[in-house]
Design a protein around this ligand. Structure first.
Ligand code: HEM
Length: 116
């Protein structure tokens, strides 16, 4: 089970990298570009791996997650996925959207690292 947790953390960190990479691509694509699908893919990976980590927690003796923190991380991620889903089909993403999505990703990284 510990190996499974490590595999899930590995994928969870790759999902974070995908979201950061998508932010870079979105900025590079310019103002009139549509929203990159990477927001949904990276966000979906974070949700699946995060929920799976919560699922394996009861089987691990020395792991004790902070559920208040995880609940807030889920809410932040649902806002990311909701905004991405709402604007994905628009011809151009509004100017505020990439910075809002990127800021919410950074917020979740901060929650993960600074709130134990
Ligand atoms: C944008 C979304 C997210 C980002 C960027 C993110 C980022 C991170 C990062 C950087 C860590 C490693 C922290 C450390 O080792 O100190 C982490 C750990 C974790 N995250 Fe997330 N996360 C996100 C969403 C979620 C969601 C939605 C859940 C729950 C459903 C979740 C559950 C967890 C858990 C359980 C861990 C601890 C893994 C362990 O060390 O055993 N995350 N997250």
């Amino acid at each position: 089970m510990e190996f499974l947790r490590l595999v899930l953390v590995f994928l969870h960190l790759l999902g974070m990298a995908m979201l950061v990479g998508t932010f870079m691509l979105q900025l590079h694509a310019g103002r009139d570009a549509a929203l990159n699908k990477g927001w949904l893919h990276g966000g979906g990976l974070q949700l699946i791996t995060g929920l799976a980590l919560m699922g394996v927690e009861p089987a691990l003796d020395d792991v004790d997650y902070n559920h208040m923190k995880l609940g807030i991380k889920i809410l932040v991620l649902l806002v990311i996925l909701g905004l991405a889903g709402a604007f994905l089909r628009k011809p151009a993403a509004p100017k505020w959207l990439p910075f809002t999505l990127g800021g919410l990703v950074v917020l979740n990284v901060g929650l993960a690292v600074f709130w134990s």
